[in-house]
Design a protein around this ligand. Structure first.
Ligand code: T6T
Length: 330
């Protein structure tokens, strides 16, 4: 059953000026063209709603849509799962927007539903995650393999380049977290004195990640470090280490930079965060969709990589780092 919420935002021309109707607190306008968006209707379908990574992506997409005079609708499933995301996508296809930006929740299971959208002549871009079949116009995401390597490096540094480490991820079949795990495993090869104990999966549930971390700490009393491969895995890893009373011994590096993660970094439970730039993913997605709709020319780049920023207690307050911490609301 579709449990997605629809937050329709009429983001007209930022410069609509006098006479512009303000709806829902967002700048709204009538008449298209001035911003270049020609009032195109774009829907962003998040991987899961309420996740600060996707909220920050929404913020970036919204301000770009406002700038370009496009209309943006944002929806997301209650859980990060293709079973929940598919009916939302199907309903969006029925509404026939000009473009869809989607973070597919599974590389294989979302191919069919995305193909259906493309067959209806809707321009589809994947944002963040991608699917195994090359049918979307382009993917806009972080370099997740590189991010996993950076996590290995940061964790190695935190544990003095020796000891036992393991990874908590979401579930196999998600392009982003699979690539982070791959990069982490590759990165660890540079450290012969680090023993990798493998990866366990929390289904995007921070409580489950906490239980996994706690159990691993009990079964491996000399555990040195944990890599949490996304926001909820990392939040859970920190909670599990606190429950076990091992914050001093077990070093944690987390992917993403949500508010709870930043608190865990400040309080020494976590040693580094690999922040993505989700607002840039959202704004690039809207830009690329509008460019495509205007020209009908396929994007010259199939893969657009946005940046990554390593956040530590030392650099956290620097404005050029702080601006990448995720938002809980726009
Ligand atoms: O890490 C992000 C996103 O990149 C990934 O695809 C799924 O998890 C997050 O949304 C964080 O929870």
């Amino acid at each position: 059953m579709a449990r997605g919420i629809t937050r329709r935002r009429f983001l007209g021309l930022a410069a609509a000026g006098a006479g512009a109707t303000m709806l829902g607190g967002c700048g709204a306008g009538s008449g298209g063209g001035q911003g270049g968006g020609e009032n195109y209707r774009i829907t962003l379908i998040q991987g899961v709603r309420g996740d600060e990574f996707y909220i920050s992506m929404e913020c970036g997409a919204m301000s770009e849509a406002e700038k370009l005079g496009a209309e943006l609708d944002v929806q997301g499933p209650a859980e990060f799962s293709p079973a929940e995301q598919t009916p939302i996508l199907n309903a969006v296809v029925q509404a026939n927007p000009d473009a869809i930006l989607i973070a597919p929740t599974d590389t294989a299971a979302m191919v069919g539903p995305i193909q259906t959208a493309i067959s209806q002549d809707i321009a589809v871009f994947t944002v963040d995650t991608f699917i195994e079949k090359d049918i979307a116009l382009a993917n806009i995401s972080s370099d997740n393999v590189e991010g996993g390597k950076q996590a290995a490096k940061a964790l190695a540094k935190a544990i003095g380049e020796k000891g036992k480490v393991f990874c908590i991820s979401v579930t196999p079949g998600i392009s982003t977290t699979d690539q982070r795990q791959q990069g982490f495993e590759e990165g660890l090869k540079d450290y012969p004195d680090i023993e990798y104990l493998g990866t366990e999966f929390c289904d995007d549930d921070a409580n489950k990640a906490a239980s996994i971390a706690n159990a691993k700490i009990q079964s491996t009393p000399d555990l040195a470090g944990i890599f949490g491969a996304n926001l909820f895995s990392a939040q859970g890893a920190a909670a599990g280490s606190r429950q076990a009373g091992k914050e001093e011994q077990v070093k944690i590096v987390g992917f993403d930079a949500g508010p709870t993660q930043v608190r865990d970094l400040r309080s020494n439970t976590v040693d580094a965060l690999i922040a993505q730039h989700p607002a840039d993913i959202g704004s690039r997605g809207v830009q690329m969709a509008v460019d495509y709709l205007k020209s009908d020319k396929k994007p010259s780049q199939k893969q657009v990589m946005t940046g990554l920023t390593i956040v530590t207690r030392e650099n956290l307050k620097q404005p050029e780092i702080e601006k990448y911490l995720y938002k809980a609301e726009c």
